[in-house]
Design a protein around this ligand. Structure first.
Ligand SMILES: NC(=O)c1ccc[n+]([C@@H]2O[C@H](COP(=O)([O-])OP(=O)(O)OC[C@H]3O[C@@H](n4cnc5c(N)ncnc54)[C@H](O)[C@@H]3O)[C@@H](O)[C@H]2O)c1
Length: 218
């Protein structure tokens, strides 16, 4: 059994992760850390193999460093913070994914391929209005992958924040007399859970750390 604790357990993603871990036959939910629940990360770290972090951009890095220092692997879904300080952290493994939905990973792959063949592109990312970071981690990662693949500068990103949305992205590519639109929609947070559980199962056996992107586990 993999012993798991969730940081941000009272949040929208964290609560969904708690349910998914509880429902997984090979995992045990040991702790729920969240200021809203009156429980700190330090309280749940003993006797845990993996922490899953869906918190806030201003706390995810400190949480991850705390986990690694305690020898606990960490799976990070929080977006909008600098990953650089994680590169020197040793003691346990770190896995980060800006998007745990398989459809979003495919969207990024297809966009990178299309960017090699079409003249220009722009990205429109649309999220619920309580999202703290802008642009989204998924859009930033898509732009990075497209730039790497095409050798061109990263495409511009447009951010829309409205109630009613969950997480959506369109990559629009344009060329002479034609456009191509690649679109992904997350309509339920349950869609992220197979990717999160996969990362929990694999983070302990990574041969390097940090690893960024669900595509590396598929
Ligand atoms: N990678 C992905 O696939 C993916 C998908 C959706 C959302 N996200 C990201 O996940 C993060 C969380 O999103 P959300 O919608 O669940 O937010 P949310 O605001 O609903 O939840 C965040 C929770 O973190 C808690 N928290 C704050 N500081 C904490 C700390 N130091 N330790 C533990 N918990 C703490 C808050 O009290 C809150 O309950 C955001 O960065 C969002 O962009 C990533």
């Amino acid at each position: 059994m993999i012993r798991v604790a969730v940081a941000g357990a009272a949040g929208k993603m964290g609560a969904t992760v708690c349910d998914a871990v509880t429902g997984a036959g090979d995992m045990e939910l040991i702790g729920r850390a969240d200021p809203a629940l009156g429980t700190t990360l330090a309280e749940v770290l003993p006797n845990v193999d993996v922490v899953v972090d869906f918190t806030r951009p201003d706390t995810a890095l400190a949480n991850a460093l705390e986990c690694v220092a305690a020898g606990v692997h960490v799976v990070i879904g929080t977006t909008g913070f600098d990953l650089e300080p994680l590169r020197g952290a040793s003691g346990a493994n770190v896995f980060v994914a800006p998007n745990f939905a398989i459809g979003a990973v495919l969207m990024m792959r297809f966009a990178a391929e299309a960017a090699q063949h079409m003249a220009k592109a722009e990205i429109v990312e649309l999220h619920h209005d309580r999202k703290l970071d802008k642009p989204s981690g998924t859009a930033a990662r898509t732009a990075e992958l497209m730039a790497q693949a095409s050798g061109s500068p990263p495409p511009p990103i447009h951010s829309v924040r409205l109630p009613g949305l969950v997480a959506h992205q369109e990559v629009i590519l344009g060329d002479l007399g034609q456009t191509l639109t690649i679109r992904h929609d997350s309509i339920d947070r349950a869609g992220f859970m197979p990717g999160v559980l996969l990362a929990v199962r694999k983070v302990g056996s990574l041969t390097e750390s940090p690893v960024v992107g669900l595509e590396h586990l598929l």
